[in-house]
Design a protein around this ligand. Structure first.
Ligand code: AGP
Length: 596
């Protein structure tokens, strides 16, 4: 199931809908926070208040005290199609403004549907995929003047994933909802009912919840909930669950921390980043025109950049990966219009990375950005953008976003190598097939969670860690070391394994843990002799590999950075919790370093 992160909510009852809806949105804000909006039925009309920005910003836009309304829907957006703006924020309406819709998911066939509706004379106000839904409802409404009939027929035309809520000023005693792949649940109250993407928005009002299944649709009244099958229209029976979770626990969907939840979203992070394949191919064809390529980023993103460099070099393509805070003051001096710069950033707001982009732009370089947050500053400076679609990453320590960056950079490297005729289309397709199999390989690593937790508890008292790797294993070692440093506050060094004997070996002594990245490739023997060197000094060796203490399923050597980091993310997380720290909020650090 592809996980999309926006938040939708709805209320029908006898209380003031706007107040309840804004409260519900606040509790969904962690799911998406680049725009928000609500639509309520008041005196036979639909009133909409929406805008770019946080829930509190939108709440200030309209004084709902003057708008008596007891039915409404609401939405927090995590942009995927169309940058954050007033027009692109939900709810969306049809031409007549008799309908309003909120949606979480991706309508894959929206371009065709939009074309059909434009031919029928519909006018669109946004660049979103969602806006086709209210216009479809409006079109079908002409046939029978029936909201449910129009809603179901509109939904049946959609391909892709959706959690939808819709209201109509023609039939103001109901909210219609539907679900396919994106989460949606109903809260059953007394004389009132609620809908939401997630428990946190519902449990302050009721703990009686129905979780909708794929292809369910529902008709919510104040005192009634009817569920039917989208495809057949048959009535459905769904159990009412009694929810015991607390609010905070619900936001983490039962995980103890956001970081653990986000590590368990890493299979989805691969699936979501693969949606950028067409964009990667387009960007690669532009990159092929440039002599010099730099991959520029900070922190974890810079290690993804190093992986990109090694992949390009594997295909005989020259590239350099440089930390943004160095690039902007030195490498910037040798840039020209024959240079391409690939900037990598989860937030798209990192000061050094943005400064590097601006400097490179002044030198006439071509800028391509690999970013998670849609519409962020870096995306507006760059010539092209490939989104990782990882969803909001709440924990300060980056995990699923790193996985998304690796997938995006692997796609770019493959298509660029193909463009430069270093590899064939067949080989590229083979690797793309392997990429499609990576989510299951990550899932199998996540099933080893208990063993990794036990190993972490054994290592929790160590006061230094060494990570060693070669070639693609070296950035993996760097990322593994950074994760331990930033959430467990323990010193961890990452080295190219070949460097040990040039000094670091002097630091090894009995019991020092050395984590060796040992993919089964042409450098395995070299790694094994480095391991022997370390073992001879009494080090405790932990290998990450196909038969390692940290076990990883067989993976094409090009894709090992994606799978080999997963056990190291889990290891760092469990060492942090074993030491009694909160991995989500590490001391001294911020999620996005917007200052230099
Ligand atoms: C990663 O765990 C850290 N939180 C940090 O190194 C981060 O990767 C770095 O600040 C870059 O952030 P960005 O990807 O948002 O640009």
């Amino acid at each position: 199931m592809r996980r999309k992160m926006c938040g939708i909510a709805g209320y029908i009852g006898d209380k003031k809908a706007p107040i309840i809806l804004f409260e519900m949105l606040k509790r969904l804000e962690y799911r998406g926070y680049d725009s928000a909006g609500i639509a309520c039925i008041s005196k036979g009309r639909i009133i909409v208040s929406k805008d770019k920005g946080r829930v509190d910003d939108v709440r200030k836009k309209i004084n709902f005290k003057k708008v008596p309304a007891s039915v409404g829907i609401a939405h927090n957006r995590w942009a995927t199609h169309g940058i954050p703006s007033h027009e692109n924020s939900h709810p969306h309406q049809d031409c007549s403004k008799n309908f309003a819709v909120v949606h979480n998911g991706i309508i894959e066939n929206y371009k065709d549907l939009k074309e059909e509706l434009l031919q029928l004379g519909h006018k669109f106000r946004s660049g979103t995929d969602t806006e086709v839904i209210p216009h479809l409802i409006e079109e079908f409404y002409k046939e029978k003047k029936n909201f449910e009939y129009s809603f179901v027929n509109a939904i049946r035309k959609l391909r892709g994933s959706f959690a939808i809520a819709a209201i109509s000023s023609n039939e103001s005693d109901r909210i219609l909802v539907a679900r396919k792949e994106s989460p949606l649940m109903i809260g059953i109250g007394k004389g009132e009912n609620f809908i939401a993407s997630d428990m946190p928005a519902i449990i302050p009002y009721t703990r009686n919840v129905i979780v909708l299944d794929d292809f369910d649709y529902g008709i919510l009244g104040r005192d009634s909930v009817q569920l039917k099958d989208i495809q057949t229209g048959d009535e459905l029976k769904r159990d009412i669950q009694r929810v015991s979770w607390g609010l905070e626990e619900a936001r983490k969907e039962g995980y103890e921390h956001f970081m653990l939840k986000e590590i368990f979203e890493e299979p989805d992070a691969v699936r979501n980043a693969l949606k950028g394949a067409d964009e990667a191919e387009r960007i690669a064809s532009k990159l092929a025109e440039y002599k010099r390529i730099y991959l520029v980023a900070c922190g974890t993103a810079s290690y993804a950049g190093m992986v990109g460099r090694y992949l390009l070099e594997r295909f005989g393509i020259s590239a350099d990966a440089i930390t943004a805070s160095e690039f902007r003051y030195s490498t910037i001096n040798i840039l020209d219009e024959k240079t391409a710069v690939i900037l990598i950033s989860q937030s798209g707001e990192t000061a050094d990375t943005i400064a590097s982009a601006k400097g490179a732009r002044e030198k006439g370089a071509y800028l391509a950005a690999v970013v998670n947050v849609v519409g962020s500053t870096l995306t507006r400076i760059s010539d092209d953008v490939i989104y990782t679609y990882s969803g909001p990453e709440i924990a300060v320590a980056s995990t699923k976003a790193y996985i998304g960056q690796l997938v995006s950079l692997t796609l770019i490297a493959l298509f660029l190598a193909m463009e430069r005729e270093r590899i064939t289309r067949e080989y590229t397709n083979e690797i793309l097939d392997d990429l499609n199999g990576i989510p299951d390989k990550i899932q199998s690593i996540l099933h080893e969670e208990r063993e990794i937790k036990r190993l972490a508890q054994r290592l929790a008292r160590k006061n230094i860690f060494f990570y060693i790797g070669r070639r693609l294993g070296y950035p993996t070692a760097l990322e593994g070391a950074l994760k331990i440093k930033e959430i467990s506050y323990v010193h961890a060094e990452a080295y190219p394994a070949g460097e040990l004997k040039h000094g670091p070996l002097a630091l090894l002594e009995k019991g020092v843990p050395v984590i060796a990245i040992t993919p089964n490739d042409d450098l395995l023997e070299k790694m094994e002799s480095n391991i022997e060197e370390a073992k001879a000094r009494g080090a405790t060796i932990l290998t990450v590999g196909e038969s390692g203490e940290l076990n990883v399923p067989i993976t094409d050597s090009l894709l090992t950075p994606i799978t080999y980091i997963v056990p190291l993310h889990l290891l760092a997380y469990y060492i942090s919790t074993a030491k009694g720290f909160d991995p989500d909020k590490p001391r001294n650090l911020a999620k996005s370093v917007t200052v230099e």
